[in-house]
Design a protein around this ligand. Structure first.
Ligand SMILES: [Zn+2]
Length: 416
């Protein structure tokens, strides 16, 4: 089998070699769906690390590029919550940066075009380009009428894009930014592609929300970086770029959208103070000291014990439990908790690309959520591995007049 992971040997931002491991998640599968069952002992270990120089949080092993080309199963459009979020975000960007006719909007890691498609719906005509190396997902963007540049983004590809399309007004990079291994090459590519007016916008789970909400389940191989403002501001400054503003949201359990521009006379300065006070706040909370990371790790271990107790008790009472959500987050969650087919009947997920496969590491088969609507279902409890989409999921069953009890694992385990 081709190697698809490599071990992180130095900080991906400042190149410090002595990274500190603060959380060991144990054996976590590389992908969320598999055709055949892989024995658990053959799975790699996932460790989380923090850099003691710049305090950037990063994964201890990261995917190589060929990880994304084949069998990539995450399609944005299968989540109503994500779809609505991107609609709102596009409106916000449109107003905030006063977009004009023929402005070019590029989405790096644009997936199936869900985000960009919103920009195509505005009255004024904008140009859109989806940069993405995957096949199935970016093909869907093409079907929406969005131009696709099928490749990874970096300095070399940025030259090709610039030659063909010119400098964009907006470069979007949602979630993908956290999946970049060679940050120097990626940001050099941005630097090359951007002019003084271009705004680079990335959105990812915000480290402070991740840690305070015990969301260790955002940690999986595809996620290399866990962003706070302090390390990133230092990093961008090396490229003569600046974080000019940020905007928080609830998506993915608490995310931050960050706006970056080149340092020039055209740089928008009105919110710089806001950015520096957010950085001060991060330091005040202790994100530039090791203690907060170790405390997080202790709490995650405690949570594991609590969840295992709840599920074991239900099993003792012969309750039938299904899981909802065969996502990467769910994969870390369920494998770290060491829960599998001994405890659950099966797992359901809306994505047709996952249905029929096994949820890796668990021996559980993935089905269409409709299976739970059948009258003869013996399931009483649903374990929400996709707990961050709980209202969307609970409403789905309410609408279909199905009464289940929901086990919500994070941030505090509870039965709903
Ligand atoms: Zn560092």
């Amino acid at each position: 089998m081709k190697k698809i992971l490599k071990v992180t040997k130095k900080c991906i931002l400042c190149e410090q070699k002595k990274l500190i491991t603060f959380l060991k998640l144990g054996k976590i599968p590389k992908r969320n769906g598999e055709k055949k069952l892989t024995p658990k002992k053959n799975l790699p270990n996932l460790n989380m690390k923090v850099c003691p120089s710049c305090w950037h949080v990063q994964a201890g092993s990261v995917p190589l590029p060929n990880f994304y080309i084949k069998d990539y199963t995450y399609h944005t459009r299968f989540s109503d919550t994500a779809k609505e979020h991107f609609k709102q975000r596009s409106l916000q960007i449109y107003k905030k940066f006063n977009l004009k006719k023929n402005d070019l909007i590029i989405d790096i890691g644009g997936n199936d075009g869900t985000f960009l498609n919103n920009f195509n719906k505005f009255k004024i005509k904008l140009k859109t380009l989806c940069v993405d190396p995957t096949f199935k997902t970016s093909n869907f963007a093409k079907k929406l009428g969005i131009k696709v540049f099928r490749d990874f983004f970096g300095l070399n590809t940025s030259r090709e894009i610039k030659k063909k399309y010119g400098s964009p007004k907006i470069i979007l990079c949602t979630n993908t930014f956290g999946a970049i291994n060679d940050m120097h090459d990626f940001v050099s590519g941005l630097q090359n592609l951007m002019d003084d007016n271009t705004i680079f916008i990335y959105e990812n789970p915000y480290l402070i929300d991740t840690l305070s909400g015990l969301q260790f389940d955002t940690m999986y191989y595809e996620h290399i970086s866990y962003f706070s403002l302090n390390p990133m501001q230092k990093f961008f400054k090396k490229f003569n770029m600046n974080i000019i503003d940020y905007s928080k949201s609830k998506i993915h359990g608490g995310s931050m959208m960050v706006f970056v521009q080149k340092n020039s006379r055209k740089m928008i300065r009105k919110n710089l103070l806001r950015v520096s006070s957010a950085i001060k706040k991060e330091k005040k909370l202790g994100y530039n000291k090791i203690k907060i990371y170790l405390k997080f790790s202790d709490k995650v271990i405690q949570l594991k014990d609590e969840i295992r107790k709840i599920i074991s008790n239900l099993k003792k009472n012969k309750k039938k439990i299904a899981c909802y959500g065969a996502s990467d987050r769910g994969l870390t969650l369920i494998n770290y908790f060491k829960l599998d087919k001994k405890y659950f009947e099966y797992v359901v997920d809306r994505s047709p690309f996952k249905q029929g496969l096994y949820f890796s590491g668990t021996g559980l088969k993935i089905y269409d959520p409709k299976i739970l609507l059948k009258n003869n279902t013996k399931i009483e409890y649903i374990f929400l591995t996709a707990w961050n989409f709980k209202s969307e999921i609970i409403n789905y069953f309410k609408k279909n007049k199905k009464n289940f009890k929901f086990i919500i694992p994070l941030p505090v385990p509870r039965i709903f």
